[in-house]
Design a protein around this ligand. Structure first.
Ligand SMILES: Nc1ncnc2c1ncn2[C@@H]1O[C@H](COP(=O)(O)OP(=O)(O)OP(=O)(O)O)[C@@H](O)[C@H]1O
Length: 297
């Protein structure tokens, strides 16, 4: 369902375009089960990693998943997933086809639409807002159980547009344990409160690193900050993801790992996160849509 739709076009032509896009948007969103926007206060905390792994995990569990890379200035999803292809228009030319990563996972990113993937996009707010609305209205997602959205860090145009466009969009907030990151996370929480966007919970990444010599965990970025922040704001704490060299290498190679049946490093925590989100889907009843914060059960 659409929460609000304010296009940037003006005049009769603009009104008509806006109306048509609104219809396509309504049609598209009606087929999407649960929308999860992965947010963070700071950059580089592992948002894209968690969005990609969550989408892969949900798809591996048999759900139909869309993964939308909304990080217009620094898209990472195509590289993490090793996607080389380009998004194409439909035969009639009205819609854009997302890329089929596997039978259950469709992916869309601004990068898959560009000829030169290393080109920078120098866009101001209105251009970005239009592109985001187009991704939601004009991409032929089909029926999805989950739409996972990788958002850029902070509380700018991208998360704002999504939160204002998709009623019932939920937020999953990623942080690292140190105070510098947590200060920004508090802003992300405030952003969700002010937009009435339910928060599924807080995930802490880079919680520890295993010492290669003694095998004990080293708390590189401090300890427990995510859990304390979650408690303070009445949010669910959805796990501590340790540093995992294999995850970094896999993403650099564009060959993501499979969390299922992997008992080492970051994988059990990523697997547990996926399982929790699967449980949430069946609890995502309209009554929690209006809550300021959804703490979960
Ligand atoms: N738990 C982890 N263990 C090891 N490496 C990780 C882990 N989480 C993320 N990384 C790596 O850290 C880097 C940053 O992660 P990622 O791109 O997911 O962060 P981000 O928050 O999306 O960044 P940006 O703000 O630029 O969008 C990547 O190289 C990724 O492979």
């Amino acid at each position: 369902m659409i929460r609000q739709f304010s296009g940037e076009e003006t005049g009769t032509q603009g009104d008509m375009e806006r109306l048509q896009r609104r219809e396509r948007l309504e049609h598209n969103l009606a087929d999407i089960g649960m929308t999860i926007m992965v947010l963070s206060g700071k950059g580089g905390v592992g948002k894209s990693t968690i969005a990609a792994n969550l989408a892969l995990g949900l798809a591996a569990n048999g759900y139909r998943v869309g993964l939308l890379d909304m990080d217009i200035h620094g898209p990472s999803i195509p590289r993490i997933l090793g996607i080389q292809g380009h998004s194409e228009g439909t035969a009639e030319g009205h819609m854009i086809m997302p890329l089929d990563y596997n039978p259950n996972l469709k992916v869309m990113s601004i990068e898959t639409m560009l000829r030169d993937r290393d080109a920078s996009l120098i866009w101001r707010g209105p251009m970005k807002i239009r592109a985001i609305k187009q991704f939601l209205a004009d991409v032929l997602w089909g029926k999805l159980d989950y739409l996972v959205i990788d958002s850029p860090p902070g509380t700018g145009d991208e998360p704002l547009t999504i939160a204002q466009t998709i009623e019932g969009a939920t937020a999953l907030i990623v942080t690292t344990p140190q105070e510098l990151a947590l200060a920004d996370v508090r802003k992300a929480i405030d952003f969700c409160h002010r937009l009435d966007m339910p928060i599924l919970g807080l995930v802490e990444n880079f919680s520890s690193q295993i010492c290669p010599h003694c095998g004990k965990p080293i708390k590189v970025f401090g300890q427990g900050g995510g859990k304390i922040t979650a408690k303070r704001y009445g949010l669910r704490f959805l796990g501590e993801i340790p540093w995992d060299d294999r995850l970094l290498a896999a993403e650099d190679a564009g060959l993501p790992m499979e969390a299922e049946n992997d008992e080492k490093g970051a994988m059990p925590a990523l697997h547990a996160l996926t399982q929790q989100i699967i449980k949430d889907r069946f609890k995502s009843k309209p009554e929690w849509l209006n809550h300021r914060v959804w703490v979960g059960i």
